[in-house]
Write a protein that binds this ligand. Structure first.
Ligand SMILES: C[S@@+](CC[C@H](N)C(=O)[O-])C[C@H]1O[C@@H](n2cnc3c(N)ncnc32)[C@H](O)[C@@H]1O
Length: 231
């Protein structure tokens, strides 16, 4: 049901794009965008090559080195497109009060209770429609931005804008950042600039560097970028 919601959202925006009067002048990669992903089926069939089986090594480094620590009060972190929740759990164990979002129900049967035990929650919903009510200090994105269709990126930016409190930050794994758009996706290649454009002028890029601890088997380059809210 929730997964169907995600798919409907892509189909609706694609239908809009392809029926527009200027559709004939679209780049062929966009005009020929493949059918949206059935995420529930991918999990059902255990076809989940993105799943690292553990938190991303760069996130572990940030947490170990105290570079991504919540305030003593326990700031709230949002993890959209959390999948099996390895990163969400790592953030929660580090003291963040985590809200993890995914459109697939029961991605991991224990994730909701694990997060609840640490003061967080799993919400099964279309993350792009989520209204975080300005309650979050951090949005952690790891292979969610690259998983959505490029025409959904502005919706991602608006969701982040709704979720983050003033002074809040987006910490993102930029992957795959050297994959040409002509190769399609997901994962759809993007650079930090594309994420900045999706966020809009209320955010500034404060850091962007190759990851110190990457995933060995990933053939495309990974960067770590941080955007802070300035409006
Ligand atoms: C490539 S996977 C990444 C999962 C996780 N971040 C990880 O690194 O293992 C993308 C995830 O986003 C979820 N997803 C895709 N579109 C979504 C949407 N509109 N709302 C919520 N979740 C979505 C999928 O179900 C999937 O779990």
């Amino acid at each position: 049901m929730q997964s169907a919601l995600c798919i409907d959202r892509v189909r609706a925006s694609r239908a809009f794009v392809q029926s527009a009067p200027w559709a004939g002048s679209l780049p062929s990669a966009l005009a020929m965008t493949p059918e949206p992903v059935d995420w529930a089926a991918r999990y059902r069939e255990a076809d989940t090559p993105w799943d690292l089986g553990a938190a991303h090594p760069e996130l572990r480094r940030l947490l170990e080195e105290g570079l991504l620590a919540p305030s003593p009060g326990g700031d709230r972190a949002l993890v959209p497109g959390c999948g099996n929740g390895h990163d969400a759990r790592a953030l929660a164990r580090a003291g963040w009060r985590v809200t993890a979002l995914d459109c697939v129900a029961g991605v991991d049967g224990a994730l909701g209770s694990d997060l609840a035990a640490l003061g967080g929650e799993l919400v099964v919903t279309d993350a792009l429609a989520y209204d975080g009510g300005g309650a979050f200090a951090l949005v952690w994105d790891h292979t969610f931005f690259c998983a959505i269709a490029p025409e959904q990126r502005r919706a991602w930016g608006k969701m982040v804008g709704r979720a983050l409190a003033p002074g809040g930050a987006v910490q993102a794994l930029v992957f795959p950042c050297d994959k040409p758009a002509s190769e399609g996706g997901p994962p759809h290649g993007f650079a930090p600039e594309a994420m900045g454009a999706a966020l809009g002028p209320g955010f500034r890029l404060v850091s962007d560097a190759p990851v110190a601890r990457g995933v060995e088997h990933r053939s495309w380059m990974e960067r770590l970028a941080r955007f802070e809210r300035v409006d």
